[in-house]
Structure formats: structure tokens, C-alpha cells
Write a protein that binds this ligand. Structure first.
Ligand code: AMP
Length: 223
């Protein structure tokens, strides 16, 4: 099963992606997480991407598109849930072309709809687990609240160290990421509309406002 997941930063897209992955066993591919791995590992690609990510700008397509398409190809047999890509109309067109050429189908498009201000408030409270990107933690959500150990907040799933992403604490960077997301001319909303209008995939549009459990139940019912 192949799925595209859309939603503004802070909408719970990563959390819902981790739940779908757990249930259906496909690979969860997050473009942002791949970049962060490269930065952590000090690779050439990571060095090139770092400055864009810190500012909240898109990493250029000549770096991003081949990186994501290569990762997708590796998950062809297992299936994938792609999160964070495409983020623009140009990326949507490149992905569509690559899917057609490779014979990979697209089964579902999940869109989590959330007001911009609500999304912004949510971003600042999320925390990253050092051991596993699929361990969501958020200081404001009871269901995924980190736990306290020796006076420190640690991952509620594995006890791993937690950190806050620098671009999640920078209001200017958050603003830029949301400008890109809500742009329905050439930005991410244009990519959402592209797949809504040009693909035979089933579209699941859900309100991201309710609790994690409620949103997940709505998605699971449709998958
Ligand atoms: P995310 O974890 O999805 O919030 O992504 C973090 C950052 O990685 C973004 O703000 C961009 O700088 C970069 N990034 C992630 N996905 C893409 C993409 N599809 N195209 C360009 N840049 C991306």
C-alpha cells in the first residue's frame, strides 16, 4: 500500500503516519527526517541542506527530489507512507512522473486539515526521540506526553533522550514553513490539489483538531 500524507507542520501528520505504519507495516518515509539524519552524520548532502532547514526554507529540488525518489524505490516491495514530500507543485509533478515510470501506484492521499495558528502553537511543544523518529512525544498532549526520569523528560516509548528541533522553536522559520504549506498557487496546497485532481488514489481528508485517537480512528476507518 502506498500513501501520501499531507498536513501543515504541527498538524500531527508524523504522529498519524507512525500509527498507520505500525498497523499496516509499510515504510514511513519522512523527507525532513532523512535530512536530519544526513546532518547528524555530517554527509555532504547534510552540509548542503543544513542552512535551508535552519531558515525554514525548502531545500533545493536538485538535492531533494533524487534523494526522496531513491528512498521510495527501496521501499517498492514493502509499500510506503510518504510524509513531507511533495511540498510544491513542481515536486508533485516530479513525483507523479516517477511513479508512472516505475510502475508504483498510489493508493491513498491523506490530508490533515488544520488552522494555521493552531498548527503553530502545536509545533513548539513537540520533542524528538534520539532513538526512533517514530516515537512521537509532545509536552501538551496527554496521549504522547514524555515521561520524567531523574528530573529529565525522556521518550515515553523507549526512555530515549529528547530534543526540540531548532526550527520548531524559531517563529520566523515556522512562519516560512507555513507560508509554503498554505500556498495553493505553487506550494504544498497546490501539490495536494494536484493529487486530488490527477490521481485515482482515494482521498482521505480529516480535521486535525480532535485528539490523536479520534483523528487516527477517522483515518483507519477509511484505509
Ligand atoms: P519537516 O521535518 O517535514 O518539518 O522538514 C524539515 C525541513 O526539511 C523543512 O523545513 C525543509 O527545510 C526541509 N524539507 C523537508 N522536506 C522537504 C521537501 N519535500 N522539499 C524541500 N525541503 C524539504
Amino acid at each position: 500500500m502506498n500513501i501520501l500524507a499531507f498536513g501543515p507542520n504541527g498538524s500531527g501528520k508524523g504522529t498519524q503516519g507512525a500509527i498507520v505504519k505500525e498497523k499496516h507495516g509499510m515504510d514511513h518515509i519522512e523527507s525532513g527526517a532523512i535530512f536530519r539524519e544526513h546532518i547528524k552524520g555530517g554527509t555532504e548532502l547534510g552540509k548542503k541542506a543544513k542552512e535551508y532547514i535552519e531558515r525554514g526554507d525548502l531545500v533545493p529540488d536538485d538535492i531533494t527530489i533524487p534523494m526522496v525518489l531513491e528512498t521510495l524505490g527501496k521501499s517498492k516491495d514493502k509499500g510506503w507512507l510518504l510524509d513531507g514530500f511533495p511540498r510544491s507543485l513542481a515536486q508533485a509533478e516530479a513525483l507523479d512522473k516517477a511513479l508512472n515510470e516505475s510502475g508504483m501506484g498510489l493508493d491513498y492521499v491523506i490530508e490533515i486539515v488544520l488552522d494555521r495558528q493552531v498548527a503553530k502553537d502545536r509545533i513548539m511543544g513537540r520533542r524528538l526521540c534520539a532513538n526512533d523518529n517514530n516515537h512521537p512525544n509532545h509536552i501538551a498532549f496527554e496521549a504522547i506526553k514524555p515521561v520524567e526520569k531523574d528530573g529529565k523528560l525522556v521518550c515515553r516509548v523507549c526512555g530515549g533522550e529528547l530534543s526540540a528541533r531548532a526550527d520548531d522553536q524559531d517563529e520566523e522559520a515556522i512562519g516560512k514553513r507555513h507560508d509554503i504549506y498554505y500556498d495553493d498557487n505553487t506550494g504544498t496546497m497546490a501539490a495536494v490539489n494536484y493529487f486530488k485532481n490527477n490521481s485515482s488514489a482515494k482521498v482521505i481528508s480529516v480535521d486535525g483538531g480532535p485528539s490523536i485517537k479520534e483523528v487516527s480512528a477517522l483515518i483507519m476507518k477509511e484505509l
